[in-house]
Design a protein around this ligand. Structure first.
Ligand code: SF4
Length: 293
């Protein structure tokens, strides 16, 4: 994929981000990596947090615009700091050497993949390399996953919507269904994969449709992480049905479907695990280095 214009995500906005005096992409990303926070995260799925926790780097901006985003200070509003490549290298070094994290967990990395590869190269040359977790909404291009597959030892992808009209209305993400499903299929054939199913209020049927698709078109041996933690945030507070938590009945219908479809690997949050304080962690998290619990 030639650099110059950006077509890293399925939106393919073709912004001239990588040319001299480049412009910002639809996602807001510019010609330098921008990071909000980094540090060991102990709240990710169990295989990712063994030892020193998962070494998260929360990149600013996002290829989707979810009305209910819990990370709006940096996903929508671009909070964080521009980093030079050596500064980004130092972040990855700190996570590996000082924090002794189990992996490098790239949170919403897609607009910055070329910079990430450049930043980790000197560390890898020194023999410092942690497994990479590609942690995203699942709104990815297979061509990009192929090209940057060296940055993906674990794929931690959402399957958020089963209908494109919901993906457009709630996340401004055209063709989300095709893109996320192709990304999941790609990851299952090559990588360690965890699929996150965040149950959304008023849209539990879409979570069930995604589980049905996963069981029939991929495998019910995929590790799924079914999440009850949705808490209204940001523009979701004023946009029904995203202005309310998921009901117990909605959540239980998804849990029951996961069992009916034979999913045996993964994690099912208890309904009571939906702690608003935890779910809104992103809204209150300071920028810079620090752990996330
Ligand atoms: S990653 Fe950003 S700049 Fe690149 S194609 Fe997607 S929206 Fe455009």
């Amino acid at each position: 994929m030639p650099l110059g214009v950006c077509e890293l995500c399925p939106r393919r906005c073709a912004a001239g981000r990588f040319s001299p005096g480049g412009v910002r992409g639809w996602c807001g990303a510019a010609d330098v990596p921008r990071v909000f926070r980094w540090g060991p995260h102990f709240g990710e799925e169990p295989p990712l947090v063994e030892g020193g926790g998962s070494g998260c780097v929360f990149f600013s901006r996002c290829t989707m615009k979810c009305l209910y985003c819990q990370n709006s200070p940096w996903s929508w509003k671009g909070g964080g700091e521009d980093k030079t490549i050596p500064e980004l290298t130092a972040i990855f070094r700190e996570l590996a050497v000082k924090d002794k994290c189990a992996n490098w967990n790239l949170v919403s990395p897609t607009p910055y993949l070329p910079f990430i590869r450049e930043a980790v190269a000197p560390l890898i040359a020194e023999g410092i390399r942690l497994p990479f977790v590609w942690n995203s909404s699942g709104y990815e291009r297979v061509e990009t996953l192929e090209e940057y597959g060296d940055l993906c030892d674990w794929a931690l992808f959402d399957l958020r919507y089963s209908r494109n009209e919901t993906a457009i209305a709630a996340s401004a993400a055209p063709n989300y269904v095709e893109a996320s499903r192709a990304a999941v299929k790609w990851a299952w054939s090559k990588k360690r994969l965890i699929v996150r199913i965040l149950v959304l209020p008023g849209h539990a049927d879409e979570a069930i449709e995604n589980l049905a698709w996963l069981a029939t078109e991929v495998s019910n041996e995929v590790a799924v992480s079914v999440m009850a933690q949705y808490t209204p945030a940001y523009k979701g507070l004023e946009t029904p049905p995203f202005d309310r938590p998921v009901t117990k009945e909605e959540y239980e219908s998804v849990v029951e479907a996961a069992s009916d479809f034979g999913f045996g690997n993964g994690w099912i949050q208890g309904y009571e695990a939906s702690d608003p304080k935890l779910a809104l962690l992103g809204e209150n998290m300071p920028r810079g280095h620090g752990s996330v619990r």
